[in-house]
Design a protein around this ligand. Sequence first.
Ligand code: KIV
Length: 262
Amino acid sequence: MTNIRDFAAAKAARRPLVVVTAYDASTAQLLADSPVDCLLVGDSAMMVIHGERDTLGATTELMALHTRAVARGAPHKFIVADLPFLAARKGVNHALDSAAQLLRAGAHAVKIEGIRGQADIIHHLVESGIPVMGHLGLTPQSVHALGGYIVQGRDSAAAAQMREDAAALVTAGAFALVLECVPATLAREITAALPIPTIGIGAGPGCDGQVLVLHDLLGLNPEFKPRFVRRFADGASLVQTGVAKFAAAVRAGKFPSAKESF
Ligand code: KIV
């Protein structure tokens, strides 16, 4: 199983890290023997699984439920779970309790969006034995403050702030950093400057690794096609064709057969 030392080793060896999201046991089981380094139980579950318009409805309890399912399905994979909206903003004890619930559910690390105003809390979690993955750029929990799901760090002041935030995350003890929707040149620059690996999503090829939402890379949602997603499979057709074949077989009286009956 990958551990946080392997993240550092991958960066040193220039071996790209591969991360995908997982939210449930049966999908995690499919990923258990896959070549991915890490499963991310992202709070994107709120949108991808629960159909909400943003991630703000995630709670620690819900994230723990998803994390437990993923840990059951892929017991030997390194699992990172998202600390949900505001869980790192209600004081250190709240953050500790929230992270502890996620680790007890089977996560090996937590991911926390942002750094400003919570560097001490991140540092305290790390000092308490809880590995923390940072997340900068488009931080979806701040979608309303950002004014939408838009690329971050485009102007020089925002880029300078992101460089500063990334360095602060290293000081706080983060073992890796997700960069979401960041110009490729800025992501490459941050990656070169940091001793910890960066994992990009919509941040170009210059990061130390890449993460995608599993449903996006499998093409399970034909409506959703942002620029940074590549569909590596036509999952929607696979599901629709399979279900259509089932329906046709039932209506033609061809399912179940004698062999499929007791
Ligand atoms: O919640 C999530 O799935 C994420 C990834 C998109 C990085 O944070």
